[in-house]
Design a binder for this molecule. Structure first.
Ligand SMILES: Cc1ncc(COP(=O)(O)O)c(C=O)c1O
Length: 415
């Protein structure tokens, strides 16, 4: 029998409460692209701006009613521009994908060449012809990747860029252990007027804390990002640019092309998070990376094949393990979830991009940023590594132990 709307809404309220309790207080959250906002930012997120429209740019809107929210938006832009050393900032993209698409719409045309990584080497799908980039009819040249160093092979990349002169080079990644060679690649691209776009979605919080590469200082012209991964803000996107970029093109791509109502209620929470990062970001980013290194080390001691081993495993929030010998990423991500440990299966360099491998890639990707926000330190990473070992290798059930462990981590730190 069909359920009535009343029954369905009752169930939805119940499920929502259970989701909140489960993920906030009972799970070890290790998805590398997630985080939690501070209580103040969460409180600021709920405001009347969620009901309003503000098409266009601050003070040049198409509707009335913006005397406060325009002031909020320009102040939020200013905090972000100080934090990231950006000359131009647009906070209207609703996500990192929309931020990337806005840059592609602004600067690319049919037939242009773009150089980017492929997905097994870490690219986000929006950097590929299967995602946002594919909407522009461009030719994509693959940036060469050095699997041992888990990084772009900069010498080979520079040669390709000098020879092919792509209009745009996309750096930054979803599987992202070590800083990319921005300077070498920008020098090559700038010599003929190419544009280097750095997608900072994963590492924005580490950049804010000064613990990862600084893309503008190293030569990137444009930085795109989500605002909710290592940067622990509300879900959304941002485009930033250096002074000499024709930023109006980006602004026009965002509105009227891609976004009308930009979900303005997220901006006070975004600004609050930026302020928290300005004040506490260094300690947070440092601890996040220390935790990732410790987790990687401990997993390696338990016999896991941890990527990036000869180079100290990681310089970011991410740890990546190759779990082929235990049946692949799919089954092991599921086993971890049954034990309240939430991580995702992930392609790793060397994986074929076919349907089978996408369903069951070789790796598990782990991020330490959220558990760091919940107060975890290196010794807690040792405990987490042991849980992962017990689940994946020994096939033990650690669910009750995980729930018990989480009882000590219930408050958001660095805010
Ligand atoms: C490097 C990178 N860019 C962009 C995105 C897309 O961000 P969003 O989910 O905000 O659209 C992701 C998502 O995980 C990502 O990893």
């Amino acid at each position: 029998m069909k359920k009535s709307p009343e029954e369905l809404i009752g169930e939805i309220v119940y499920l929502t409460k259970h989701h909140d309790l489960w993920r906030k207080y009972e799970c070890i959250n290790l998805i590398a692209s997630e985080n939690v906002m501070s209580p103040v930012a969460e409180r600021l997120y709920l405001n009347d701006m969620m009901h309003r429209y503000a098409e266009g740019l601050p003070f040049k809107r198409y509707y009335q009613g913006h005397k406060y929210l325009d002031e909020v938006e320009v102040r939020a832009q200013k905090i972000i521009s100080v934090l990231f050393d950006a000359d131009h900032v647009d906070l209207r993209p609703l996500s990192g994908t929309i931020a990337n698409l806005a840059v592609f719409v602004a600067f690319l045309e049919n037939g242009d060449k773009v150089a980017a990584l492929d997905v097994p080497a870490g690219a986000h799908v929006s950097h590929t012809i299967h995602g946002a980039l594919g909407l522009r009819g461009v030719e994509v040249l693959q940036l060469p990747f050095d699997r041992e160093r888990m990084n772009i092979d900069e010498d080979k990349a520079v040669k390709i860029i000098e020879k092919e002169q792509p209009k745009m080079v996309i750096l930054g990644a979803s599987l992202f252990l070590f800083p990319h060679p921005i300077k070498e690649i920008s020098d090559a691209a700038k010599s003929y007027g190419g544009l280097v776009v750095y997608d900072a979605a994963h590492v924005l919080g580490l950049i804010a804390g000064g613990q990862f590469q600084q893309p503008f200082r190293e030569g990137a012209s444009i930085v795109t990002s989500s605002t909710h991964k290592t940067f622990p803000g509300p879900q959304g996107g941002v485009v930033m640019a250096a002074e000499n970029v024709e930023f109006e093109r980006v602004q026009k791509a965002i509105f009227p092309r891609l976004v009308c109502n930009h979900h303005i209620h997220r901006l006070p929470a975004l600004a609050q998070t930026a302020w928290e990062m300005w004040k506490y970001g260094e300690a947070y980013a440092r601890q996040t990376i220390k935790n990732a290194k410790k987790l990687a080390e401990r997993l390696a001691e338990f016999g896991f094949r941890v990527l990036g081993e000869p180079y100290g495993y990681t310089e970011s929030h991410q740890v990546v393990i190759d779990v082929r010998e235990y049946g692949g990423g799919k089954i092991n991500a599921e086993k971890l979830e049954e034990n309240n440990i939430i991580a995702n299966k992930n392609m790793i360099p060397g994986d074929e991009t076919n349907a089978e491998t996408m369903k069951n890639p070789s790796g598990i990707r782990i991020g330490t940023q959220e558990m760091t926000r919940w107060g975890c330190k290196e010794s807690d990473m040792e405990v987490i590594a042991e849980f992962i070992h017990r689940v994946i290798v020994k096939d033990e059930n650690v669910r009750d132990d995980v729930v018990e462990f989480r009882k000590s981590f219930r408050e958001v730190h660095y805010c």
